[in-house]
Write a protein that binds this ligand. Structure first.
Ligand SMILES: [Zn+2]
Length: 264
């Protein structure tokens, strides 16, 4: 059977042109990448994410306010987010906490993150999470809020925290950063991640590892690199991640947007 791939995290709306995104999607389809999560980051890109999902069979939309874009959360943003989520089967994301140099205002970040986790729970939607240097706070909020399934994208936390996150409904998506020979902590986390929660991603159009093909097609290389570390075959690992991605998404995996009919 043909190997199918799931790209657990990308931002197709960030391609500089529609032609660029279309080309990346074409290459992804040729490589067998049949399902992907396209993450919005602020109200200004939600319509573009919606359009990409409506126009492309394998693209599932995610809408959220990312911690780097707090300034874009003008009054009414949370109501606008709920309305957006109700328009199509979709996830809440990309949302989260960032204690690194790219973000500030920790209290506001936590308030914005918590409000969106509650919305995900209320609507029964999975959540796609960003976490940088805020692992303890992230765990505390998730324990407190008890959302449904959530995905920690580009997992960079300690291997020791995986078990507890998994018990709370966590999935773990690993990026091309695992190809970086110097990332020992990341490799330990990959080796410790529960097999039934493993996912892989590209964060396209970003691609910052040598040998990592740009675009969602690059998930093929990420899976191969992970397979070498885990001592499994790439085909087996791709099939596992495909099954995990479908489980994470539930009904959303098979759902198409209102305008996205199948082939006539
Ligand atoms: Zn992202």
């Amino acid at each position: 059977m043909k190997t199918r791939f799931f790209d657990a995290h990308d931002h197709l709306q960030d391609y500089p042109s529609a032609a660029g995104a279309a080309e990346a999607l074409h290459l992804a389809a040729e490589a067998g990448v049949e399902l992907m999560l396209c993450n919005g980051t602020n109200p200004g890109d939600w319509e573009a994410v919606l359009a990409l999902a409506a126009g492309n069979k394998g693209v599932r939309p995610c809408f959220g306010l990312h911690p780097w874009f707090l300034k874009e959360g003008a009054p009414g943003w949370l109501e606008a987010l709920e309305a957006m989520l109700l328009r199509v089967p979709s996830c809440v994301g990309e949302i989260g906490l960032d204690g690194g140099q790219n973000a500030t205002h920790p209290a506001r970040q936590e308030a914005v993150f918590t409000a969106q986790l509650r919305l995900a729970k209320k609507l029964g939607r999975p959540a796609c999470l960003h976490c940088v240097k805020a692992w303890g706070r992230m765990l505390n909020i998730i324990k407190e809020e008890k959302p449904g399934p959530f995905l920690l994208h580009s997992y960079g936390g300690p291997a020791e925290m995986l078990k507890e996150f998994a018990s709370l409904g966590g999935y773990f998506s690993f990026s091309g950063a695992i190809m970086d020979a110097g990332r020992e902590k990341l490799k330990r986390a990959l080796l410790a991640a529960p097999a039934d929660r493993l996912l892989f991603e590209t964060e396209a159009p970003e691609a910052d590892a040598p040998g990592w093909r740009a675009g969602p097609a690059g998930v093929v290389e990420v899976v191969s690199a992970a397979a070498a570390i885990l001592g499994r075959s790439p085909e087996e690992l791709a099939a596992l991640a495909w099954a995990n991605g479908n489980k994470f998404l539930g009904d959303i995996a098979g759902a198409a947007g209102p305008e996205a009919g199948g082939p006539a």
